[in-house]
Design a protein around this ligand. Structure first.
Ligand code: BES
Ligand code: MN
Ligand code: ZN
Length: 497
């Protein structure tokens, strides 16, 4: 779908479908919706008076003007309560409108910027949210199967603004949204692809592609390279893998040590069987999403490149499958990570922290101002915070935690703080190594975080996104499947760094 910004009156534009909006307390609409109402001889006010149109959040009224204006149909999306309205409301309203337009086979759609008028939101932010909500809601995974009919695609979305003074800001917001949606939808694709396709090699190829598009340096290390770097923890997980492991590094402004340096590390387990500590077979397929952290990092790097952010941003993805095999690592093995620390294997299913250990050590070579890792790390995090609710956030630095929390509020990719107390170290004490790779059932989300901390010596935050990467149910602008969680959060934090 093409997206463009135009000055004009929404009731006058040449589009088959126009989208306006309504708060739930309005009887006679003002602003752009008011202009459409007038052009239709008060038809929208009549719909409100009859009770057929209420303006409640999620509602989409459809009206056919039959020649009174150029458009074939008018969609009126409900914005809900005025005092609760925010950018998330904008994204949801845009999603509801554009999805209905697609259902009705709209081809050339025009919309106003939700929230930029009477709601008084910042014009650029409201335009970004309108475009983002639309682009993210229309995402569909292109599954390799035969269809009865080709899915209908909207050809163009015109963002229409009457106030000339707001146009530049709106164009800016829309450009940002386009760059962000590309990153999010890439991350969704990577999670949605089956694990025999979204292999470590595929993640490496994706990184190369991003590097080519945005002039980033790309390094891909295989088994030998990882061995030269003493990455015993990463290689232990990779030992039983049939697919070749890849240690992926993407550098945006890599040689600009003068810029603030932020390193993003993503868990890239392309399929997690549990290994020798094998998982139950029921629903094991969901573990194709165990590279959700990697997908978020690659998606964020794509957007960082498109926006050409004035920062030094490094993306690191240790990628491998976790398989049971004659060669697989086993419980009771003792492994040495690249910082020399030794790890007693309790469960081969605690593989994420193993690959991240070497990823985090490698991050240190950039002398980073901050390192953020994202990982579908523990079922325990889902027990603590729930499914599709928030990522668990651990940080060694209050300021970094605050940056992520603000970004989470702005994007509605929420994070919630959890403790990184040293007392948790007790649970991973080992008699035969520096630490165990599992601290048992109690506080599993926190003991995994304290494990990771042993491989960091810089300002660091860990996001456990186990409950966030894959969703069963469609929600507003997030279709069922890979969510792309983390891309918008990271980009929002970086844009305001
Ligand atoms: N990838 C899983 C965690 C997970 C579970 C992600 C459910 C998404 C949904 C991870 O590798 C794992 O198996 N964790 C174990 C750790 C345990 C063995 C210490 C867990 O959470 O049970
Ligand atoms: Mn596991
Ligand atoms: Zn895992």
């Amino acid at each position: 779908m093409q997206i463009n910004v135009q000055q004009g009156s929404i009731q006058a534009v040449k589009a088959d479908t126009i989208i306006v909006n309504l708060f739930d307390d309005v009887s006679t609409p003002g602003g752009a919706t008011g202009a459409v109402n007038q052009a239709l001889g008060g038809a929208i006010a009549d719909l409100i008076a009859s009770g057929d149109l209420t303006g409640k959040a999620g509602e989409v009224g459809v009206f056919y003007p039959r020649g009174a204006i150029p458009a074939t149909r008018v969609l009126i999306v409900g914005l809900g309560q005025r005092n609760e309205f925010d950018l998330e409301g904008v994204r949801k309203a845009a999603a509801a409108g554009i999805k209905r337009a697609r259902e009705l086979n709209g081809r050339h759609v025009a919309t106003i910027v939700h929230g930029a008028g009477i709601a008084g939101l910042d014009a650029a932010a409201a335009a970004q949210a309108t475009a983002e909500g639309s682009l993210l809601a229309l995402y569909e995974y292109d599954a390799p199967k035969q269809r009865e009919e080709e899915p209908h695609e909207i050809a163009s979305l015109m963002i229409v603004e009457f106030d000339e003074g707001k146009l530049a800001a709106i164009q800016n917001g829309v450009d940002t949204a386009v760059a962000i949606a590309k990153g999010v939808n890439l991350a969704r694709d990577l999670v949605n692809l089956p694990p025999n396709v979204a292999t470590p090699t595929k993640l490496a190829e994706t990184a190369r592609q991003i590097g080519k598009e945005h002039h980033m340096k790309v390094k891909i290390g295989g088994r030998k390279w990882a061995a030269r770097h003493n990455m015993g923890a990463f290689l232990a997980v990779a030992k039983g893998a049939g697919e070749k492991p890849k240690f992926i590094v993407l550098e945006h402004n890599g040689d600009r040590a003068d810029l603030p340096t932020i390193v993003l590390v993503g868990k890239g387990i392309t399929f997690d069987t549990g290994g020798i500590s094998i998982k139950p077979s029921a629903n094991m397929g969901a573990m194709k999403s165990d590279m959700g952290g990697a997908a978020a990092v690659l998606g964020a790097m794509k957007t960082v490149g498109a926006l050409n952010l004035p920062l030094r941003v490094i993306g690191i993805v240790p990628a491998t499958e976790n398989m049971p095999d004659a060669d697989a690592y086993r419980p009771a093995d003792v492994i040495t990570a690249s910082n020399g620390k030794t790890i007693e294997i309790i469960s081969t299913d605690a593989e994420g922290r193993m690959v991240l250990a070497d990823g985090l050590v490698y991050a240190g070579r950039y002398q980073p101002n901050a390192v953020i890792d994202l990982a579908t790390l523990t079922g325990s995090c889902i027990i603590a915070l729930g499914k599709d609710m928030a990522a668990g956030l651990f940080s060694t630095e209050d300021s970094l935690r605050d940056r992520l929390t603000s970004a989470g509020q702005a994007t509605h990719e929420r994070v919630w703080p959890l403790p990184l107390w040293d007392d948790y170290k007790e649970a991973i004490k080992s008699d035969v190594a520096d630490m165990k790779n599992s601290g048992g059932r109690f506080g599993g989300v926190a003991t995994s975080a304290i494990f990771l901390k042993q491989f960091t010596d810089y300002p660091w935050a860990h996001l456990d996104i186990a409950g966030m990467a894959l969703t069963e149910k469609e929600n507003a602008y997030i279709p069922a499947g890979g969510t792309g969680y983390g891309v918008r959060l990271l980009v929002e934090m970086l844009r305001h760094w």
